[in-house]
Design a protein around this ligand. Structure first.
Ligand SMILES: NC(=O)c1ccc[n+]([C@@H]2O[C@H](COP(=O)([O-])OP(=O)(O)OC[C@H]3O[C@@H](n4cnc5c(N)ncnc54)[C@H](O)[C@@H]3O)[C@@H](O)[C@H]2O)c1
Length: 258
């Protein structure tokens, strides 16, 4: 099998929470391809989880705590990396959050605070992390985020997160345009439903999973490994001609009408 070589490349990865996280599977793929990984995690508990997993690696990756709703945390993270002369080649944004009560029920009951919170963490954070990253990213760099098809179609239960994903996908195109002159690419993986800490709290998640496996052309759900493989492709030079793209990794579910 063809092996992607990421020796001498560095990836900054946001969004690890446990061994099921898409961020973890992506990090592991990049690590196995030779990249150096810098993690940013949200809170001490996540750091503890991560330390156990990376103990099997042949080096201790840098782990920086950062709450993406806090501008000071983001500024400090990038200032510290800059002061250390730490350049990056890849940025992985694998972050989403909404109030559990807003993920289900009547969409019109969405509160102003619930809307702001979901948009802040799940969509605005991509803008602020990309803005910080451009100051320390090498040319030919690559940035990715993760989205879901509820940005385009109605998935009852996904509610405000669908609104946030629509914003996130627009950001991908807008930032791809903005960073194009710096030779930095920006893309998203639109993954089908896959079991993680975040997906399980969405009302109707099981239904979404069943629908995907019954109705998709491939008649099965996707795996975390497949999501990470696609992330690896978009982060590597294998996808050098692709930017501003939303790549569906969903067993083809998105092409179906009836
Ligand atoms: N699991 C799925 O079915 C699926 C499908 C399509 C897209 N996605 C997207 O993939 C991405 C990763 O989700 P996941 O499924 O791996 O779940 P996850 O729970 O493992 O990851 C979500 C991450 O967001 C982080 N986060 C939340 N609030 C934060 C904050 N204030 N500051 C910093 N980090 C914060 C959490 O710490 C967590 O690590 C999300 O954007 C999600 O919407 C997931």
């Amino acid at each position: 099998m063809f092996k992607i070589n990421l020796n001498n490349k560095t990836a900054l990865i946001f969004g690890f929470s446990n061994h099921r996280s898409i961020a973890w599977h992506t990090a592991n793929k990049l690590h196995k391809s030779g990249a150096k990984i810098i993690f940013s995690v949200y809170g001490a508990k996540m750091k503890e989880n991560l330390l156990k997993l990376v103990s099997e690696w042949n080096y201790n990756p840098m782990i920086i705590e950062c709450d993406v709703s806090n501008d000071n945390d983001i500024s400090k993270l990038y200032a510290d990396l800059n002061n250390d002369n730490q350049k990056i080649d890849m940025l992985v944004h694998s972050i989403a959050m909404a109030d559990k009560n807003e993920l289900g029920g009547d969409y019109l009951s969405l509160s102003r605070n619930g809307f702001k919170f979901a948009m802040d963490i799940s969509a605005y954070s991509f803008v602020s992390l990309c803005n910080g990253a451009r100051k320390i990213m090498n040319e030919q760099g690559s940035i990715i985020t993760f989205t879901f098809q509820a940005s385009e179609k109605v998935f009852p239960g996904y509610n405000v997160m669908g609104t946030a994903k629509a914003a996130l996908e627009h950001e991908v195109r807008q930032i791809a345009y903005t960073l194009g002159e710096s030779k930095i690419r920006v893309n998203a993986v639109s993954a089908g439903p896959v079991d993680t800490l975040s997906s399980r709290v969405i009302q109707g998640y099981k239904k979404m999973k069943n629908a995907a496996s019954e109705k998709s052309p491939l008649k099965r759900n996707i795996t975390l490994d497949e999501v990470a493989n696609s992330a690896l492709f978009l982060l590597s030079d294998m996808s050098s001609g692709i930017t501003g793209e939303i790549l569906h990794v969903d067993s083809g579910y998105n092409i179906m009408g009836i």
